[in-house]
Design a protein around this ligand. Sequence first.
Ligand code: UTP
Length: 288
Amino acid sequence: MNMKAVIPAAGLGTRMLPATKTVPKEMLPVFDRPAISYIVQEAVDAGIKDILIISSRGKEAMENYFDKNYELEERLKKDKKTELLKAITSTYNDARISFVRQIEPKGLGDAVLAAKAFVGNDPFAILYGDDIIAGEKAAIKELMEVYERTLCPVLGIKQVPHERISRYGCVELEKEPDGLLKVLSMVEKPSLQTAPSDFAILGRVILTPDIFPILEKGKKGKNNEVQLTDAMAELLLSKSFYACPFKGTHFDTGNKVEFLRASVMAALASSEKEAVKSMLKSIIPFLE
Ligand code: UTP
């Protein structure tokens, strides 16, 4: 399957201020790599070659990260630092990464609309720039497998504690005899009383290009933003959607504490695991 990926990363990142006043949140390091590189890696691991990042003013550091740095490469070659050389060249060797700007941060739906020309007539994967999913298998690959079975849009979902469902797009589901989860309805940031379930749309979606005419209407929803969930809910009126409860652990890196949790978990999965464990043990007295 020739699936393309779109990574919306044009948000203002106000929850991560003041750090994000000058540094895009996607470039803040999750242990030793920028947050966005984990998302790109997931797409690459799923076999996706063409990736479009939706960027915005002031986020040029992101473009430079996925470009060549001749001076640095020459130095690492000279010093025979092959591992580091591989790390800084894989950012442009592993996939064809391009960028387009969202002119104003009008919402996730409007950011996805900026991908229209890139997407063309094929289904495409959306990996939200804030959501890192760690696991053995690329989460978007799990969604692609559901797409291959159904040829319908697929929503990546996870059950969240009931009191948190109001932060997310929420789905109502029905299990089919073959085990597939059909989406009956979806709603963005429902109140705790009206939420149809505790299943949230968490950062991964496969969509078809018929979403674009809906997004083009630019209808504003919650927080006065063009919400992707609202557009998908409209498409659901004429098309079946399925859900995929992906297995990996989800981190919302748009939030300070979750960002720290993602960093610690990435550090514990790295070759510096033992040093990280000692460091964590040394701070236990401060938890009292
Ligand atoms: P968020 O809801 O986290 O918004 O976006 P935000 O503006 O980035 O962050 P806060 O809430 O101000 O801290 C979810 C995802 O959608 C992208 C973001 O970059 C993030 O990956 N997004 C959001 C856009 O690309 N454009 C937008 O207009 C809004």
